[in-house]
Design a binder for this molecule. Sequence first.
Ligand code: ADP
Ligand code: MG
Length: 359
Amino acid sequence: QPAIEIRHLTKHFRRRDGSTVPAIDGASLDIQDGEFIVLLGPSGCGKTTLLRSVAGLETPDSGAITVGGKAVFDSGSGTNLGADRRELSMVFQSYALWPHMTAAQNVRYPLENQRGARQGRAAMNERVAEALGAVGIGDLGGQYPNQLSGGQQQRVALARALVNNSKVVLFDEPLSNVDAKVRESLRIELLAMQRRFGFTALFVTHDQAEAMELATRIAVLDRGKVQQFGTPDEIYARPATEYVAKFIGNTNELHGRRAEGGYETPLGLVRTPQDAGDQATVLFRPEHAELSAERPGTASALPGRVVAVLFMGTHTEFLVRSGETRMRIWVSGRSTDFAEGDEVWVGLREDHVMVFPAA
Ligand code: ADP
Ligand code: MG
């Protein structure tokens, strides 16, 4: 049975002027036990609303949600369990640890505020010590959050999320206020913890690199709609829509008209077996093109002139101009094959070309 099942979920908010805006628009997701699912999209696309709907902090207009096989929301039957009865935990932005409580008090908080029969003090303390020990900070229970490093705070937040034995943990951009270097290591640690404890993670971010690194599967959201739900590989190599192609990774863009064998663009024929209708947006990634001095034997060859060369550390970026079109081509490592002003050809394989119906 799926860990979380989201069916045709819809949620509108009313604006000041009385009009309504769909924050979630018919979203469906099936999430298996132990998966690390990332909800990815720009600010305002509905990630937080979807997460809060699963948590029971927001009531959708329609649809259904199950957690651990149990119906927690169903507009059809009127089911709507409170947040404290959904057997999941939520980790908020910046971990939201209480600054005036020690690590141990923070972890104990959900136990003290648990619904139903409260455990005795000794039992609670034992659970807290277990949880802190499990995340490897058994000796830091007496410390206050501001005495802890970012990694230690993350462990406290995880201990607090896991102290109730939650099998599902929801994360709302917990790393967004952390600087890039620390964020990198916190991600790796979070992933290790998730693998170790085996909980199912539903993690919200607007950062595509973070999504690629953490996710077993990514759900790309646009204006409340799930545009694509797939593994990082699938989403990168076979984006379902132009929006997904542009949101994940980098793209070069041409516009073309359907022709024999592909699309006729201002730079010539781009060969592809795909059909996106008469008028299409033709995309390819900077790392998927080859540069050459002589016309290459690849399926497609686009002429241009190098206008800038930028060494980026892991790759060299060649800015190539052709008429009104500018393209970025990446060659791994440091490349001195071409210089500013050189006439070049951009070679493309058929399977590296993506076409979508022109908007
Ligand atoms: P994200 O987390 O992806 O940035 P949100 O779920 O916060 O997106 O918001 C989705 C949309 O719903 C946005 O247009 C936002 O302005 C709107 N929205 C969110 N919460 C409320 C609210 N409580 N009242 C009115 N509009 C809201
Ligand atoms: Mg949000």
